[in-house]
Design a binder for this molecule. Structure first.
Ligand code: ADP
Length: 663
C-alpha cells in the first residue's frame, strides 16, 4: 500500500535519467506507426481505455483503503487540446503509477511470446495492422499521431510524481515532478500533419463514437451556452467549463432494446483492445435467486498468444455492482473458452470480495456455469444460422473449444455437437463435418463412428488403415489436431454411437460385412496359421501379436494398437513431450492376399524369411508416419532385397558385399 507517512516534500526535476526501450518496444513502435496509420484515431480510444482501467483499479483498491481517493472522490477522464502548443491531452484521476511502475509498464512489453510475434510479421502493412490489432497496441498507439509523448503521473496516496517523455525513438527520459491531483496525464505533441485533432468538434465526435459507453464521465471544456442578446448584464468573457460528453453509463446496464450492433461492437473494442469487430455476442440479465448481467463476446480472430500457457488475461472481467473487481478469466470462464471476452456484473457478491473468497465461491460457480451455457448456446446459434461465421469461428478457435470435451464433462455432448471434422466423405470441405452429419450418412448396419488420428491430413488419408473403409465406402473422420488424441480418449460416444479408432483393436464392421465376407475371413485365417507363427518367431518382441488383417486391401501389412492401448501416433506425441510411454507393443496385421506376403509365405530359407519379415514390419511403421528405431539397418535390408530380386546380389541375408553395393 502507499506510504502516506512519507514526510519528504515531492521534488521537481530531480533524479533525471534517460533509459532505453526494450528492443521489442522499439520494433513494435516502428511497425505500428507505419501499419496502423489508416486507423490512427484509435489512439484516443486506447488512451481512454487505459484511463478507465486506472479509474476501475482505484475504485477497487479504494474499497479497502479510502485514503487513496485523497480529497477527490469524483472519478473522471478529461480530454483537452491546446492549439498553440499543438497538444492533445488525456487526463485521469485514477490510480496513477509510481516511478518503478512507469519504467515497467511504459518501457517494456511484459507479454511472453512478443519476440516470436514480431518476428512473424510479414511487412505487408494491411496484414500487419490486423495482427498488431490482435496483439493490442494500447499506450504505444500514441506515437501514430504524436512525435513526442509526455506522461505525468502520481500514484494515489503517494507524494512524488514522475514525468516520462519520449519521441518514440529508442529512448525515454524520466524525472521527478510535482502533480497536485493523483492520476495520469498523457500529453501528445502532434506530428506535423495531425492538426485535425486540435479541434473540439472532432475530439468530441471521436469520444462519442468510440467511448460513449465508458462507465466514467469523459469531460471536455465547453463554453456555456451564450447569453441571450437582451441580457446586457451577462459577462462578455465566458470561461469554458468541464462538461461530460459521453453517456457515462456502463453499456451492459442499458436495456437491450436500446442498444445497436455498433454500440456492442464499440464496447467490445474498448474492453478487449481488439481492433476488429466481434464475431458474436450474448447479453443477458439474470434475475431471481441470483442476479447478474453478462455480456460475452466471441472475437473474430484468435489472440496471438492463445496457446501460451502463461497468457495474461484480457478475457472476461468481473464487476460487482458496477465496480470492477478482477479480470482473472479462469474463475469466470473455463480454460477451453479462454478466447471469450466481455464482462460479468454480479449483484450478489460483496463489494470487498477478495481473490481468496473468489477461489471457491458458490455464487461465482453458478454464474460461471450459467455463462458457459449461454456461450455454448450462442455458438450453437451461429452454427445453425450463420454457417460462414461458424467456419471462421471453428478455424480460429475449434482446437481450443475441443479441449472442453475433456475439461467439461457436463457439457461434453454439446461441445461434441459443435465440433467439426475433416472426413473422407467425398466433396466435404476440411474441418466442416459435424458428428450429426456423420451419423445421418451412416450406412445401414454401421454402428460406430470411425476415426483415425495422424500428424497431417495427407498421412491420415493415405494410411493403410483406411483401405477397407475406402473399399466399402464407409466414412472416416481424419483427426490431425494435436489435442485430438487426448480428446478422443475422453469422448466415447455421441448420440448413442461409439467412437472407434481404425488403428485400434480387432476390426469389427458389424453388419456392414456380408456372410460371404465373414466366411472368407475365417478361411484366410486358418490357411495363414503357419505363416503367422513363422513371422512371430522371426520378429520376436518387436511386435505384439501377428494376425491376419481385415483392414487392408492394397497394402501388405499394418500396425494395430490394442483396444485399450495407445496408437503409434499417440506414442510419438508422448515421446516428443518427453513423457514415458507405456510398454505395449503394437500388433502386426498382414494381408495374406497381397503378392509380397504370398511370396514371403513361399520362402523356404529361414534367414531370408527373417529379413522379409522385418522389412514388412518396418514398412508398416513407416506407412503410418512412424520412425524406425534403426533406419540404417532398414535401408541395408531393403537394398539387399532389391538386389536379390533384380538378380544383382547374393541375397544371402547378411553379406558385406551388398552392404558396400548399397552405399
Ligand atoms: P495494456 O493496457 O494492454 O496493458 P498499454 O501499453 O496500453 O498496455 O499500457 C501498459 C500499462 O501501463 C497498463 O497495463 C497500465 O498498467 C499502465 N497504464 C497505462 N495507462 C495508464 C493510466 N492512464 N493510468 C495508470 N496506468 C496506466
Amino acid at each position: 500500500m502507499a506510504d502516506n507517512n512519507d514526510q519528504t516534500p515531492p521534488k521537481d526535476g530531480a533524479n533525471a535519467e534517460t533509459r532505453g526501450f526494450q528492443t521489442e518496444v522499439k520494433q513494435l513502435l516502428q511497425l505500428m506507426i507505419h501499419s496502423m496509420y489508416s486507423n490512427k484515431e484509435v489512439f484516443l480510444r486506447e488512451l481512454i481505455s487505459n484511463a478507465s482501467d486506472a479509474l476501475d483499479t482505484l475504485r477497487f483498491e479504494g474499497v479497502k483503503d479510502d485514503s487513496l481517493f485523497e480529497s477527490d472522490p469524483e472519478l473522471r477522464i478529461r480530454v483537452d487540446f491546446d492549439k498553440d502548443a499543438r497538444t492533445v491531452s488525456i487526463c485521469d484521476n485514477g490510480i496513477g503509477m509510481t516511478r518503478d511502475q512507469v519504467i515497467d509498464r511504459l518501457g517494456t512489453i511484459a507479454k511472453s511470446g512478443t519476440k516470436e510475434f514480431l518476428a512473424a510479421l510479414s511487412g505487408d502493412e494491411k496484414k500487419d495492422a490486423k495482427l498488431i490489432g490482435q496483439f493490442g497496441v494500447g499506450f504505444y498507439s500514441s506515437f501514430i499521431v504524436a512525435d513526442e509523448v509526455t506522461v505525468i503521473t502520481r500514484r494515489g496516496g503517494e507524494q512524488q510524481a514522475v514525468k516520462w517523455v519520449s519521441d518514440g525513438g529508442g529512448e525515454y527520459t524520466l524525472e521527478d515532478t510535482t502533480k497536485a491531483g493523483r492520476g495520469t496525464d498523457v500529453i501528445l505533441h502532434l506530428r506535423e500533419d495531425e492538426d485535425e485533432f486540435l479541434d473540439s468538434w472532432r475530439l468530441k465526435h471521436l469520444v462519442r463514437t468510440y467511448s460513449d459507453h465508458v462507465a466514467f464521465p469523459i469531460q471536455m471544456l465547453e463554453e456555456p451556452a451564450p447569453p441571450s442578446d437582451d441580457d446586457d448584464d451577462a459577462p462578455k468573457d465566458v470561461t469554458p467549463e468541464w462538461q461530460q460528453v459521453n453517456r457515462g453509463a456502463p453499456l451492459w446496464t442499458r436495456p437491450k432494446s436500446e442498444l445497436k450492433d455498433e454500440d456492442y461492437a464499440e464496447f467490445y473494442k474498448h474492453t478487449s483492445h481488439d481492433f476488429e469487430d466481434p464475431l458474436a455476442w450474448t447479453h443477458n440479465k439474470v434475475e431471481g435467486s441470483q442476479e447478474y448481467t453478462s455480456l460475452l463476446y466471441v472475437p473474430r480472430r484468435a489472440p496471438f498468444d492463445m496457446w501460451d500457457p502463461n497468457r495474461g488475461s484480457h478475457g472476461v472481467k468481473l464487476y460487482v455492482q458496477r465496480v470492477f473487481i478482477m479480470d482473472d478469466a479462469e474463475k469466470l470462464m473455463p480454460r477451453y473458452l479462454r478466447f471469450v471476452r466481455g464482462i460479468i456484473d454480479s449483484n450478489d457478491l460483496p463489494l470487498n470480495v477478495s481473490r481468496e473468497i473468489l477461489q471457491s465461491n458458490k455464487v461465482l460457480d453458478r454464474i460461471r456455469s450459467g455463462s458457459v451455457k449461454k456461450l455454448l448456446g450462442l455458438l450453437e446459434d451461429i452454427a445453425e444460422k450463420r454457417p460462414d461465421d461458424y467456419k471462421t469461428f471453428w478455424s480460429e478457435f475449434g482446437a481450443v473449444l475441443k479441449e472442453g470435451v475433456v475439461e467439461d464433462s457436463a457439457n461434453q455432448e454439446t461441445i461434441a455437437k459443435l465440433s467439426r471434422f475433416t472426413s473422407t466423405h467425398e466433396g466435404s470441405e476440411p474441418q466442416s463435418v459435424s458428428l450429426e452429419q456423420y451419423i445421418e450418412r451412416m450406412a445401414e448396419g454401421q454402428e460406430k463412428i470411425y476415426y483415425i488420428t495422424a500428424d497431417s491430413v495427407a498421412a491420415a488419408k493415405n494410411s493403410p488403415h483406411l483401405e477397407v473403409f475406402k473399399k466399402k465406402g464407409i466414412e472416416v473422420l481424419l483427426l490431425t489436431d494435436r489435442v485430438d488424441e487426448w480428446v478422443m480418449a475422453h469422448l466415447t460416444e455421441f448420440q448413442g454411437k461409439a467412437f472407434q479408432s481404425v488403428a485400434k483393436g480387432a476390426l469389427d464392421l458389424g453388419e456392414a460385412e456380408t456372410d460371404e465376407e465373414k466366411a472368407e475371413k475365417e478361411k484366410l485365417e486358418s490357411e495363414s496359421k503357419d505363416l503367422l507363427e513363422r513371422l512371430k518367431t522371426a520378429l520376436g518382441e518387436s511386435v505384439g501379436e501377428v494376425r491376419v488383417t481385415h483392414r487392408l486391401t492394397d497394402s501388405p501389412a499394418c500396425l494395430v494398437a490394442d483396444e485399450m492401448g495407445i496408437t503409434s501416433h499417440l506414442e510419438r506425441i508422448l515421446k516428443e513431450a518427453g513423457q514415458s510411454v507405456p510398454m505395449s507393443k503394437a500388433h502386426l496385421e498382414i494381408n495374406p492376399t497381397h503378392p509380397l506376403v504370398k511370396k514371403l509365405d513361399g520362402e523356404a530359407d529361414e534367414a531370408r524369411f527373417g529379413e522379409w519379415a522385418h522389412l514388412l514390419h518396418e514398412q508398416a511403421v513407416l506407412a503410418e508416419g512412424g520412425e524406425l528405431e534403426d533406419p540404417a539397418t532398414f535401408v541395408r535390408r531393403m537394398n539387399q532385397m532389391l538386389l536379390a530380386l533384380s538378380g544383382g546380389g547374393s541375397g544371402d541375408g547378411g553379406g558385406n558385399e551388398t552392404d558396400s553395393a548399397a552405399a
